[in-house]
Structure formats: structure tokens, C-alpha cells
Design a protein around this ligand. Structure first.
Ligand SMILES: Cc1cc2nc3c(=O)[nH]c(=O)nc-3n(C[C@H](O)[C@H](O)[C@H](O)COP(=O)(O)OP(=O)(O)OC[C@H]3O[C@@H](n4cnc5c(N)ncnc54)[C@H](O)[C@@H]3O)c2cc1C
Length: 397
């Protein structure tokens, strides 16, 4: 199951990070505030991310991707999320879909889909959640019924990132609604809106309107409706076999959790950076507020949380890269980093006083972005349960 990683040198990694950093300063930072507040999809930035190869960041070079390790990928995500978390969501969700194809797809499926995913020609995400089933995926109702060589899919997904602008999703369905446990009756399909071979738009695939959200603006989240939507087994049923979809979703979420942890690090870093700078320029009682011990206590906690989040994230990424089981490590990184992002955003707001609450400063955006990190890719309640189960399993008495 482990895939080829393009082991790049430290200097190559530095040069990738430098190019992305320059791009962020020149072509992203000046526009974030307006695009975030107007909830505008960043089409031009997506084109630039395609040029950087970010839609193929973790896909193996044999399919045209950069084949970056999860460690390098996490550093890129941290950097982008430090500028605008929404931007990282556009390729992170896409790469979860790609990871599922690369880890579990047939040779034919990898050769068919991955080169299209690498270029961003087809972008997408992961469609698991339904109105009545998020954490407990056994409750999904979307089903695929076999009819000859084809599957007929009916159901509705919700909250799907890249749902409108994307061209395909990895779609979790039930192929056996009577299976017990339910997860054994689940399968994963690569579900495109348009058939890449014929350019025909599938009439059974409908997209809902862009959902209104607290934060994570710019990127589209929407419902997806499937009404007698027909796919074939050879191209679309991942791995060519029914019954393995749940395990594929869980497998895709490992990288997903590392990237949520990395996004959280980006939010924490930005909150720390803004608070450190502001505290040295804002004066009260004749001195910069950075000289007040109450502010120093906050900065000390923020800096420690940020560093600990980065280290946990790198630890999980390292385990992922060497093919070790890393649900515990990814869970710890995701849980700790996202809770830290929430705390850092709030501390940065307190340090900024009234200005932290103003839309003219980035702090209120960080404060709206951070809580999503506690929910996405498995809520933090579930992460703690996963960590505890592993703690017990790895330490039997
Ligand atoms: C902006 C945004 C983008 C999203 N993008 C996507 C996407 O691209 N694809 C996708 O498939 N989904 C996406 N989601 C959905 C997200 O993954 C779910 O919201 C999440 O999994 C939680 O599911 P739920 O909302 O149904 O909450 P529920 O599952 O109903 O949970 C409600 C509460 O109960 C807790 N809980 C549930 N079960 C247990 C338990 N056994 N023990 C303890 N506590 C428990 C949860 O932790 C939570 O606090 C997105 C959501 C948002 C808000």
C-alpha cells in the first residue's frame, strides 16, 4: 500500500518553500482580506497553484505528480494556511481523493485518473457526509445499485468542499444496505461531473448552492445530489471491488488529519506573529503592552502551543512517510494543533483589544477559521477516542 515518495534534498525543499513564500507575499496576501469578506472564489490563485504543481503535490512522479513526502507537504500547507487557510483547503481535499485512488485504485484507475488530478484538469474532494450522518458514517443513505456492468447511484451528500468548483469527488456509498456491520457494505466511487472520455455532462449529478459559513470563505462547500447517476465498475469503483469504501475513507483521512493539523499550525503561527508584532507597537501606561507581564504570559503560551503543534504534525507526517501505522499520531497532531489554533486566535484577539474584533485586521478571520479545524476530518471528540484506543492497544497489560 505504501507509495513512492520523491525524496528531495533539504535545499530542494527550501527552494520550493521559498517560491511559495514569494508567491504568497506578492499574489495572495494583498487580496486575502477583500476576497475573504466578499466570499469570492480565488480562481486566479487556483491557476497559480496548478503551475506550482500543488494539485499533484503528494501524487507519485510516475503519474506526473511531485511525489512530495507528507513532511514537505505539511510544511507547504502550514505556510499557505498562515496566509489564508481557505486556499489550502482547495488542494488538500483534492489530494485526499487522489490518495484514495493511489492507495487503493486498480492499475487502470491510477493511470486513468491520477494524471488528470495532477494537473488540476480535474479537481475535487471527498464526499462522505450526509445530512443525517457525519461522524457515524454507517448511517449514510446514498446507495449504488448494480445493474449489469453499471451502478445506479441515488442520494445526497452535504458540506462537500470543492463541491461546486470541483469536477469530481471520491464518493462513499452503500452497495449493500443490509450488511452488518454497515461498514462492510460500503464502497467508494470516483464520481466525475463530466465524462472525461466523451465530455458529456452527467445529468444525474447535481450541485446545490454554496453554503453560508462562519469562516472558511472563498472555498465552496455545497450539497451534491445524485439522481439515477450511472457509473461503471472499471473506471469508477475504486479498487474494482465492493465493500472496501469505509476502509478507504479512513485511509484517506490519515493524510487529511495531518493536513488539518498543518492548517491549524498555520493559523496558530499567524496569530502569534500578529500578536507579537502588535504588542510591541501598542502602548499603554507609557510602555509597549509587550512589557506587561499579563501579555507576556499569553505570548509565552501561544509560542509554546505553536511549536508543540508543529512538532506533533511533523511527527505524524514522518510516521506516515515511512509507512508506519499513524492513526494515533495523526489524531494527536490534529487534536492538539486545532485546539491550539482556537486558543491562539482568541489570545491574539485579546492582545489586540478592540482592534482584534475589527474586520480591518486579520485576527477576526483566524478566530472564525480555527473552530472548523476541530470539526473537519473527524471531530476532536473522536480523535481523543481514537488516541485512547490506540494507547490501550499498544500497551496491553
Ligand atoms: C466547512 C465544512 C467543510 C466540510 N467539508 C467536508 C467535505 O469536504 N467532505 C465531507 O464529507 N464532509 C465535510 N464536512 C463535514 C464534516 O466532516 C462533519 O461536519 C463532521 O464529520 C461532523 O459530522 P456532523 O456535523 O454530522 O456532526 P455529528 O456526527 O452529528 O456530531 C455532533 C457532535 O457529537 C459528537 N459525537 C458524535 N459521535 C460521538 C461519539 N461516539 N462519542 C463522542 N462524541 C460524539 C461529535 O464530536 C460532535 O461534537 C465539512 C463540514 C464543514 C463545517
Amino acid at each position: 500500500m505504501s507509495k513512492a515518495i520523491n525524496q528531495i534534498s533539504d535545499s530542494d525543499e527550501r527552494s520550493i518553500l521559498d517560491s511559495i513564500s514569494k508567491w504568497l507575499q506578492k499574489d495572495v496576501a494583498p487580496y486575502v482580506m477583500e476576497m475573504e469578506h466578499d466570499d469570492v472564489y480565488p480562481h486566479e490563485m487556483v491557476e497559480q497553484m496548478k503551475e506550482f504543481g500543488l494539485f499533484g503535490a503528494t501524487i507519485s512522479p510516475e503519474y506526473g505528480g511531485l511525489g512530495l513526502s507528507a513532511s514537505t507537504y505539511a510544511k507547504i500547507v502550514m505556510m499557505i494556511a498562515e496566509e489564508w487557510m481557505s486556499l489550502s483547503g482547495i488542494f488538500n481535499s483534492h489530494l485526499m481523493m487522489a490518495t484514495i485512488v493511489e492507495k487503493y485504485g486498480t492499475t487502470f484507475q491510477k493511470e486513468y485518473w491520477l494524471p488528470k488530478f495532477v494537473t488540476g484538469e480535474i479537481r475535487g474532494g471527498l464526499a462522505l457526509t450526509e445530512a443525517s450522518a457525519g461522524t457515524d458514517l454507517s448511517g449514510i443513505r446514498t446507495r449504488a445499485d448494480k445493474s449489469g456492468e453499471r451502478y445506479v447511484i441515488n442520494g445526497t451528500k452535504t458540506w462537500i468542499s470543492n463541491g461546486i468548483e470541483g469536477g469530481a469527488v471520491a464518493l462513499l456509498v452503500k452497495t449493500d444496505v443490509a450488511a452488518t456491520p454497515a461498514r462492510k457494505g460500503m464502497s467508494m466511487f470516483i464520481a466525475p461531473k463530466v465524462d472525461p472520455d466523451t465530455s458529456r455532462t452527467y445529468s444525474g449529478y447535481q450541485t446545490g448552492k454554496k453554503l453560508e459559513k462562519l469562516g472558511y470563505k472563498g472555498i465552496d462547500s455545497s450539497e451534491l445530489m445524485f439522481d439515477d447517476y450511472e457509473l461503471d465498475a472499471q473506471r469508477h469503483l475504486v479498487g474494482g471491488k465492493e465493500g472496501r469504501g469505509f476502509y478507504m475513507a479512513v485511509g484517506g483521512l490519515e493524510l487529511g488529519r495531518i493536513n488539518i493539523a498543518a492548517r491549524s499550525c498555520g493559523i496558530s503561527r499567524r496569530a502569534l506573529r500578529e500578536a507579537t508584532a502588535y504588542s510591541q507597537t501598542r502602548e499603554t501606561f507609557g510602555q509597549p503592552i509587550s512589557q506587561h507581564q499579563a501579555i507576556q504570559l499569553k505570548l509565552g503560551e501561544m509560542a509554546t502551543r505553536t511549536r508543540a503543534s508543529e512538532l506533533l504534525t511533523q511527527d505524524a507526517a514522518r510516521a506516515y512517510d515511512v509507512g508506519e501505522r499513524c492513526d494515533m499520531e495523526a489524531g494527536m497532531a490534529k487534536y492538539f494543533s486545532s485546539e491550539s489554533a482556537v486558543e491562539n486566535a482568541l489570545d491574539a484577539m485579546r492582545i489586540h483589544g478592540g482592534y482584534g474584533y475589527s474586520k480591518e485586521y486579520p485576527i477576526e478571520r483566524l478566530y472564525r477559521e480555527a473552530p472548523l479545524m476541530c470539526i473537519g476530518e473527524g471531530t476532536n471528540e473522536m480523535q481523543r477516542i481514537i488516541i485512547a484506543r490506540q494507547q490501550i492497544e499498544r500497551n496491553p497489560v
